[in-house]
Design a protein around this ligand. Sequence first.
Ligand code: NAD
Ligand SMILES: O=C(O)CCC(=O)CC(=O)O
Length: 371
Amino acid sequence: MQNQPFTYESRAQRVLFGAGTLAQAPAELERMGAHKALVLCTAPQRAQAEAVAALLGPRAAGIFDGAVMHVPMASAEAARAAAAQAGANALVAVGGGSTVGLAKAIALVSPLPVLAIPTTYAGSEMTPIYGLTENGLKRTGRDVRVLPRSVLYDPELTLALPVGLSVVSGINAIAHAAEGLYAADGNPVMGLMAAEGIAALGRALPALHAAPHDLHARSDALYGAWLCGLVLGSVSMALHHKLCHTLGGSFNLPHAELHTVVLPHVLAYNAKAAPHAMQRIAAALGTADAALGVHTLARRLGAPTALRDIGMREEDLDKACALALRDAYPNPRPIEAAPLRNLLQEAFEGAAPRPPNLSTTPTQQTTETTP
Ligand SMILES: NC(=O)c1ccc[n+]([C@@H]2O[C@H](COP(=O)([O-])OP(=O)(O)OC[C@H]3O[C@@H](n4cnc5c(N)ncnc54)[C@H](O)[C@@H]3O)[C@@H](O)[C@H]2O)c1
Ligand SMILES: O=C(O)CCC(=O)CC(=O)O
């Protein structure tokens, strides 16, 4: 039953989904009125970008292969200069969140529309969120100018994504949907998408782990990533994303692995304050408990489950806790120093998450929606 007030806002974006969809890239540029597109990628994905440039033929204005994680300002500036020098009137991002993030950094300061061709499950292509890193600090913001105009989801492009990276990238997507289910500004439509996105990834990740070239599993995973990305771009994220930004930005930890390790512990932290969301996450994963379900999924698929295994140092946990407490942001359960420090310790050690015994009745900082 829906008994909470909500606001729902949609954004204009074209999504083409399915194996072989890549072939429609030239037609998509045509629809945008673009005849000279700069193709962006990371250095390791240069061959994929070259194949896309060949497909675009005279519509390709060149390739810029300098995308790296967290969009350092230097790479954003180099890419902006490359776009200007090529006389580009559109951008084609071929890659994961790092490459889409680079396209967004250009779109933030120019009128160039973005055609995104995602090759991971990060979901950035569906969001107006951009990130830029300068002097060791990552700044994120929301601006509709950076939202890709068109997205081509072709699961064939994800066949090359290594299994380990596929699993953590998929759990990164699950994290968007999980926090979307208890978002302060959640709504019933996003609730449906979040539950469906988690369910799709919950069945696709074990399937692609067992058979990395199974196109059906890859397609299911990409479908889940699309839905989870849409949730990320539409409603506010809470403690989990805040913690990951802090830990990733300040201690240079790998993005998707970090999400994978932290998510079960944040779900345990929020469990009693957002029981309906937890039930929906657990049901989507086919488990009894949301936090344990995510932890077990990660462990079963060989993903990291401890911060100490992905580069975090124990002596930095106090600093991480202090940084995460610095700004106020909505979360179903109040964010307090001692339980947060405990969460970080447990994530550091990789212990199975346990819902905490709350000493006091939690004050809801946000109203849990029941979409
Ligand atoms: N703004 C947003 O809404 C948003 C959302 C999610 C993530 N992000 C950002 O995205 C970045 C992480 O993105 P990511 O996790 O997708 O990783 P990524 O884009 O950095 O890719 C990881 C590695 O995998 C390679 N790779 C990607 N796809 C491949 C494929 N199909 N085959 C072979 N290799 C492939 C890349 O070249 C790279 O070396 C972070 O900076 C994160 O903050 C932003
Ligand atoms: O770092 C960014 O560009 C924003 C990332 C974000 O909000 C989603 C995430 O942390 O996966």
